[in-house]
Design a protein around this ligand. Structure first.
Ligand SMILES: [Zn+2]
Length: 102
């Protein structure tokens, strides 16, 4: 019995690590993977990466370096007006992409 619980804890930890990498709540997924390992693990593998989606749907303000929606014409943090034809990707975007392995 102890061995089964130990194996489930380890597998739940793996599930939590995968969930964290996809921008999901690691503690919630740890509990789900511990209680329902196989169904929860299968669902987790097919869930999209939240961090990647947020990066794709946002751009970085050149004035304050905060991220705003891609469609935004004005930065909500500093009121910078986007012209619409400026270069969106910056060195900060590249470093974020590299950290995500994109
Ligand atoms: Zn700004």
């Amino acid at each position: 019995m102890f061995l089964i619980v130990l194996v489930l804890l380890i597998l739940a930890g793996i599930g939590a690590a995968i969930a964290s990498g996809k921008g999901r709540n690691p503690w919630g997924w740890f509990a789900l993977c511990f209680l329902f390992f196989l169904p929860a693990f299968i669902v987790l593998l097919f869930l999209p990466n939240i961090k990647k989606q947020e990066l794709e749907n946002s751009k970085q303000c050149p004035e304050c370096a905060e991220r705003v929606l891609k469609e935004a014409m004005t930065c909500k943090h500093c009121s910078y007006k986007f012209s619409g034809n400026e270069k969106i990707a910056s060195s900060a975007d590249k470093s974020v992409n590299e950290s995500l392995g994109i």
